[in-house]
Design a protein around this ligand. Structure first.
Ligand SMILES: Nc1ncnc2c1ncn2[C@@H]1O[C@H](COP(=O)(O)OP(=O)(O)O)[C@@H](O)[C@H]1O
Ligand SMILES: [Mg+2]
Length: 292
């Protein structure tokens, strides 16, 4: 399959489609619902309560950024959404799946079918090729090798790495490794993409390129995406930005429909579900750029 990034026209069109796709719509069905989530850790003398009464509703097609101080619980939240961890109380529903009722085996199947996960550290297997790394989730679900490798190759072409298919993952640059992990996350055709500081280890220029790719993939793969980032320029290109602070999500930025510019006080209709208020607040350093 040819690269999707062959001309400036295609890029401009892709960026516009990505912008429109990131907004979602009030009419779109809810894909993810988090209800009264509580998470506490009991490893020290005092229990550490990370969330208490955290609520979130995400509509299909939305692209959401989550920002917050280090230690606020952003990674823990993504783990709970992916059924990688269990809440102390409360519920997470993804489409028709109630995560609380899944056994460990069912949770693994749920992740393999529904979730694409991108980590700050790519966690590629360095001694395997890019192709083998991307095919891995399909081989794990016992898809025959020829079809798994064909799909993996198609995804690697989509992320612009057709010339690196047979390179060992350990020999690729940081930006290329993150492209491979995006391809690996999407090869199973998930509905929900969870990305935990996917550009956090990259220089500004590479981070911009990887995020641009993520935006385009969000649109072309009709994803619902939740992205943890410290980069406010990147966050502002998402449809909504939520700040995780003191165990709750506070809406700090919502792009008005059809507009490039968002507002901290833009329309509330798409962000609130009755009984699930999201507190609005200004974010300190919101005009700061960079990857912190
Ligand atoms: N398994 C664990 N046991 C105890 N404390 C943990 C565990 N995992 C994370 N924490 C603590 O929870 C807090 C939030 O962690 P994390 O979700 O990684 O934050 P963030 O991603 O926002 O930086 C941190 O203070 C961390 O030390
Ligand atoms: Mg984290």
């Amino acid at each position: 399959m040819a690269s999707r990034f062959s001309s400036d026209v295609a890029l401009t069109q892709g960026a516009e489609n990505a912008r429109l796709a990131a907004e979602g719509s009030d009419d779109d069905p809810v894909l993810l619902r988090v209800e009264d989530l509580r998470k506490e850790y009991r490893s020290g003398s005092q229990p550490l309560v990370l969330f208490d009464g955290l609520n979130l509703t995400v509509r299909q097609g939305e692209m959401i950024a989550i920002v917050g101080e280090s230690g606020a619980g952003k990674s823990t939240l993504l783990h709970l959404l992916a059924a990688l961890d269990r809440p102390s109380a409360g519920d997470v529903y993804c489409a028709s799946t109630w995560l609380g009722k899944l056994t460990a085996g069912q949770a693994a199947t749920f992740r393999n079918r529904e979730i694409g996960y991108v980590w700050q550290l790519h966690y590629l297997l360095p001694e395997f090729t890019a192709l083998e790394n991307v095919a891995m989730p399909l081989l794990a679900r016992e898809e025959p090798k020829p079809s798994a490798f064909a799909k993996a190759k198609e995804l690697l072409c989509e992320v612009g790495l057709e010339a690196r298919v047979d390179h060992l993952a350990g020999e690729l640059s940081g930006g290329e490794q993150q492209r491979v992990s995006l391809a690996r996350a999407l090869v199973t055709q998930p509905r929900l993409l969870l990305a935990d500081e996917p550009t956090g280890n990259l220089d500004n220029r590479t981070a911009e390129a990887v995020f641009g790719l993520l935006e385009r993939l969000h649109a072309t793969h009709r994803l619902t995406s939740i992205l943890v980032t410290h980069n406010m320029e990147i966050a502002k290109r998402c449809g909504r930005t939520l700040r995780l602070h003191e165990g709750r999500l506070h809406e700090v930025w919502l792009r008005a429909s059809g507009s490039e510019e968002g507002s901290p006080e833009a329309s509330t209709a798409s962000s609130e579900t009755p009984g699930h208020p999201i507190v609005r607040t200004a974010i300190p350093g919101a005009d700061r750029t960079g990857t912190a």
